[in-house]
Design a protein around this ligand. Sequence first.
Ligand code: G3P
Ligand code: CA
Length: 268
Amino acid sequence: DTAVAAPAAHKNPTVVAHRGASAYAPENTLAAIDKAAHMGFRWVENDVQRTKDGVLVIVHDDTLKRTTNVEKVFPGRAPWKVKDFTAAEIAKLDAGSWFGPRYKGARVPTLTQYMKRVSRNHQSLILEIKKPELYPGIERDTLRVLRKTGWLDRHHVKNKLVVQSFSADSVKKVHAQRPDIKTGFLGTPSTAQLPAYAKFADQINSTHTSISAGYVSAIHRLKGPHGKRLEIFTWTVDETAAARRAEGFGVNGIISNKPDVVRRAISD
Ligand code: G3P
Ligand code: CA
């Protein structure tokens, strides 16, 4: 049985800088995680997808349009899908100017570059496998890069990494391939469905508008695949009132584009 006694509401939720400190620097760039580090945030969240030639890159949308100058550099290549560009082509793109002139020249990082920077910054990471249905085998590819960059085999990194996805299938694959890794499912399964998710996910990470105190305690009553209480990191919370509401529910973590706003809200 995975059910455990109801705990007291979790205190001091972990504040996670969403896509890096993405209200203040271009999302999913090294500049955005550096910004989070400078602001004092240890935890960051980012998204991983795959290029045409099989390189994993950090980017949120499945096209390069919104966050790079791809239309200008490759005008004939609509609809500019990540999966239709090679890593060398993506490396030419400016992923900073759209956000502001001081970020001109920021790049779309590869997962390898990105993991090295997370290590250098002494940060911790929720890595989201984005749209895995577009990238068969991306779970294995991701685990390979994590292993090569020292993120799997060193014991001390185990509590510094969560791999999450909106796709239960993808989370199940990660859990099956590396049962030692902490995983998260993005969504809000019904309380009746939660025990099934608790078999392969350590976290249920729901949008903040979909949760309640009752839902959070239903999560906390279950044990995840590693025998610890199931956790919930809620997203994307950028306002004081919403941060206080989530904190009141006892969530374990709050994922925010404006982590400073959340930190201020919950420390009062
Ligand atoms: O970590 C939660 C959040 O990142 C999921 O939504 O679209 O921002 O990747 P999205
Ligand atoms: Ca994400």
